[in-house]
Design a protein around this ligand. Structure first.
Ligand SMILES: Cc1ncc(COP(=O)(O)O)c(C=O)c1O
Length: 459
């Protein structure tokens, strides 16, 4: 990796402090400790502007650089496409978009249409807009409400935030878009009904029927969930959960939207998270890992039944989905996604996710004896450890301690993530989501450093 000249380092840091508005970060501490400025990446290794190297167990901070840094073949494919044909609005087709759509559909039996946009938030907004438009076209004019689950996240724009089950993320940003209704989370460790699986009879899923009846089925058009809650604390629901939930949706004509923004493209060991559960959603949204974040792209995929609702007399204003995203027409983003999927398939990375994911989860479970480790959960390369004051009361550990554990790990050169200002008083889950090319040696280092960081902060 290359080195940054010393005088540039000071100038860049100074300029960053003066002009860059970092995401989700308090800036006053930057006066003492400069922000991290990243310069280069290869595989799982990230180098900052001071030349310090980190083993990145977060896949780019927010679980998206799934095939690892430094993939020349993606960069080369993007360059070639940019030279040939960079852009035309997605009201027209382009060759990479056609190939990518066909490929994605081949990976999602039961779905058939692909709408391309820019970000996860936007992909979810498209799903909501489709459902609201469908209510008009079908004459069920009130069927517009969307149910969402406590602890799930669906994006940063105001309507995506209106469907956000993480109250700390919503705070201050209201008033919200009307028509969004919350239902309970599916985290067994903190069961909303104080029950224990399997004796619980899956009340967390079955209660959704009561909520639909309370709201009146003719007003509920859709239900959105993350297949495995990511930012809200790594929560894989029990195996029968989605069969129950999708059955309820079908019964009341409620479209099931799977937000695969994190889980999609193999993160949990199947190409899409819902595929662990044997169900087929009506709408699937995805973003982060679609092009492993080499280019911005998101997808709202639907069944042909959803698409067909929009096939009406072309002279009518309801004859099509009246929506466009300028950068949904960026052909090179589709090229990056095509190459990303080729890499995942050719290098058999899903197998690696399963093998390495099991190794990581076992390694984390071995820490369960620690008095402050309340729960360890995960699927594939998406794992989390929940910290508590004590195991009996399950009182969450002071959040500052969790921040310190992540800081201690970073000081040892390993980047790990955590729930960040989403669950008030309970941002105590540390998460691990390394790139799919992670090795056992990498995982051993991540686990050793994590254990040492826990020891430094908590013992
Ligand atoms: C599950 C989920 N959905 C949607 C989003 C929003 O994606 P974006 O930040 O690309 O708008 C995120 C982002 O973290 C996410 O985790």
């Amino acid at each position: 990796m290359t080195k940054s000249p010393k005088q540039d380092v000071a100038a860049y840091i100074n300029s960053d402090r003066q002009h860059v508005w970092h995401h989700l970060a308090p800036h006053l501490p930057f006066a003492e400790k400069p922000p991290m400025i990243v310069v280069e990446g290869k595989g799982l290794v990230l180098r900052d502007i001071n030349g310090k190297e980190y083993l990145d167990a977060t896949s780019g901070g927010v679980w998206c650089v799934n095939v690892g840094y430094g993939r020349d073949s993606i960069a080369d494919a993007v360059q070639a496409q940019l030279k040939q044909m960079p852009y035309y609005a997605a009201s027209a087709g382009n060759l990479p978009a056609i190939r990518l759509s066909e490929k994605l559909i081949s990976l999602m039996p039961g779905l058939n249409r692909v709408f391309i946009s820019n970000s996860g938030s936007e992909a979810n907004e498209k799903a909501y807009k489709m459902i609201r438009a469908m209510a008009h076209i079908t004459g069920n004019i009130e069927k517009k409400k969307i149910l969402f689950r406590d602890r799930d996240y669906h994006g940063t724009t105001i309507s995506a935030l209106s469907s956000c089950g993480q109250s700390e993320r919503r705070e201050w940003f209201g008033p919200f878009t009307p028509g969004f209704v919350e239902f309970p989370h599916a985290c067994c460790y903190r069961c909303a009904f104080n029950k224990t699986y399997p004796g619980c009879d899956l009340q967390c899923a079955k209660v959704v029927e009561e909520i639909i009846l309370r709201e009146k089925p003719e007003t509920v058009g859709g239900l959105i969930v993350e297949p495995i809650t990511a930012g809200g604390g790594i929560i894989p629901p029990v195996k029968e959960y989605y069969e129950v939930l999708s059955g309820i949706c079908r019964k009341y004509g409620v479209l099931l939207i799977m937000d695969e923004v994190v889980c999609g493209m193999g993160r949990t060991g199947t190409m899409f998270g819902y595929q662990h559960y044997g169900i087929v959603p009506d709408i699937v949204t995805m973003a982060k890992g679609v092009a492993s974040a080499y280019m911005p792209i998101s997808i709202t995929a639907t069944t042909e039944d959803v698409f067909k609702v929009f096939l009406n007399d072309p002279s009518d204003k309801l004859a099509y989905f009246r929506d466009i995203s300028t950068f949904g027409g960026c052909a090179a983003s589709c090229t990056a996604a095509e190459e990303n999927i080729r890499i995942i398939e050719d290098e058999k990375l899903l197998d690696r996710v399963n093998v390495m994911g099991a190794y990581l989860l076992d390694g984390l479970k071995a820490l369960s004896d620690h008095p402050n480790v309340g729960d360890v959960r995960g699927k594939g390369l998406l794992c989390g450890v929940e910290f508590v004051e004590d195991k009996t009361s399950k009182k969450p550990l002071a959040e500052g301690k969790v921040v310190q554990i992540c800081g201690a790990a970073a000081a040892h050169g390993v980047l790990i993530g955590r729930t960040n200002r989403c669950l008030p008083g309970m941002n105590t889950i540390i998460n691990f989501a390394p790139a799919y090319v992670v090795t056992k040696a990498d995982l051993d280092r991540i686990l050793t450093v994590f254990k040492a960081a826990i020891g430094e902060v908590l013992n």
